[in-house]
Design a protein around this ligand. Structure first.
Ligand code: NAG
Ligand code: NAG
Ligand code: NAG
Ligand code: NAG
Length: 342
């Protein structure tokens, strides 16, 4: 079962890595003649008349969106406000709204704008000045990106009816653990949640059991609750680098779950290698305070059928060296292609 899930993981990871290429959806002829029903400041390509490109042209406001537009690109402008009425002709047809790299604040989003969009699937609102999330009423929302804002709260009921929401990225905000209680429990099909670069003291409670990717790097997390991963039976990748994890915050066996393929615990304060499952393939422990190479954390028993599937193990920036590995390590780590000590 595991190998079947791997391609999805890599797809998800590559989606995450290619965030800056999201706008490559642009048709080749975007500078060709504009379609008939377009705002004068924008382009609506003839061969793709449902898209309106208004990006990168120093706009200070959101133009009135004509009937028929489904994909609206407004990134890289100087927009500070969204006036009531601009979406009135597309409230039940607009699917993509791209607002990245503007200066929009919550106070300047008038009523009768985003709160009327009932068919929106993608909302990209990164690099703006939001202090709280702006969520459309659409039940079809599948992707939400509000990275690099100043979000300091994420109220619990906001996503409760988003049955199809799969990707949520709120990295680089000011979210604390108290501010996100219950925020992500609604969307029952969520696959990926990125909470990196916030102010969390613990992993979020009540996240959907469907999650495959959970990133919480660069927070202030000191511990992981016993059984936390037991509630996420499909989780493949967990990243917790650059937190404040210490041995006493890692209950025995908390990471020993069969679904995990990648576990990043680098840049923490761990003194020992936590127990992992034999299915894990990538383990990042660099820049901790590990003093001892405990093989039993990687393989409790070694036999012909029982061994660690680790391919990559990083231990550089710790107090162990290659000579800390007991001789029987090669039998346990028989598929490891790199074990890095320095
Ligand atoms: C909005 O719809 C109204 C009524 O159908 C129409 O008269 C008007 O021209 C439309 N405006 C735009 C910008 O499409
Ligand atoms: C938005 O935030 C940026 C960076 O913090 C700041 O320079 C800018 O003045 C803010 N704009 C508004 C409209 O608040
Ligand atoms: C959710 O996604 C499914 C499958 O793509 C689709 O059939 C359904 O209509 C969507 N639900 C909403 C509320 O958009
Ligand atoms: C992980 O859990 C399994 C099943 O409970 C157990 O057999 C195995 O010894 C554990 N692995 C480690 C390294 O503790």
């Amino acid at each position: 079962m595991l190998p079947l899930r791997l391609p999805l993981l890599f797809l998800l990871v590559s989606v995450a890595l290619c965030q800056n290429d999201d706008y490559d959806y642009q048709p080749a002829s975007r500078h060709g003649p504009s379609g008939p029903n377009c705002h004068q400041d924008c382009d609506c390509p003839y061969n793709f008349p449902t898209a309106m490109y208004c990006d990168s042209r120093k706009l200070k406001f959101v133009p009135v969106v004509p009937t028929g537009i489904k994909y609206l690109y407004l990134q890289n402008n100087l927009i500070e406000e969204i006036k009531a009425g601009v979406f009135d002709n597309v409230t039940d047809t607009l699917r993509w709204l791209i607002l990245d790299n503007n200066q929009i604040t919550n106070a300047k989003i008038e009523k009768g704008t985003i709160d009327k969009l009932s068919a929106l699937e993608k909302l990209y609102f990164s690099n703006n000045n939001l202090t709280e999330p702006v969520i459309p009423p659409s039940k079809s929302l599948d992707e939400l990106k509000i990275m690099h804002n100043q979000l300091s709260k994420f109220p619990s009921e906001l996503l409760s009816d988003k049955e199809n929401l799969t990707f949520v990225n709120v990295q680089y905000n000011q979210l604390t653990s108290d501010a996100i209680v219950g925020a992500f429990k609604g969307p029952k099909k969520m696959l990926s949640l990125d909470l990196s670069h916030n102010k969390l003291k613990k992993l979020p409670a009540g996240v959907p059991g469907s999650l495959e990717i959970l990133y919480a790097d660069h927070n202030e997390i000191e511990s992981v609750g016993a059984g936390y991963l037991g509630k996420l039976p499909l989780l493949q990748s967990l990243r917790l680098s650059h937190n404040k994890l210490v041995d006493s915050g890692i209950p025995a066996g908390v990471f020993n779950v069969t679904s995990l393929v990648e576990l990043d615990l680098s840049f923490n304060q761990l003194k020992s290698i936590p127990e992992i499952n034999e299915h894990l393939e990538q383990l990042y422990l660099q820049a901790n305070e590990i003093e001892k190479f405990e093989l039993t954390s990687l393989c409790k028993y070694v036999s012909t059928t029982s061994f660690s599937h680790l391919k990559h193990l990083r231990l550089d920036g710790n107090m162990v060296t290659h000579s800390s590995m007991p001789p029987e390590s090669s039998n346990c780590l028989r598929v490891a292609s790199d074990v890095i000590f320095e």
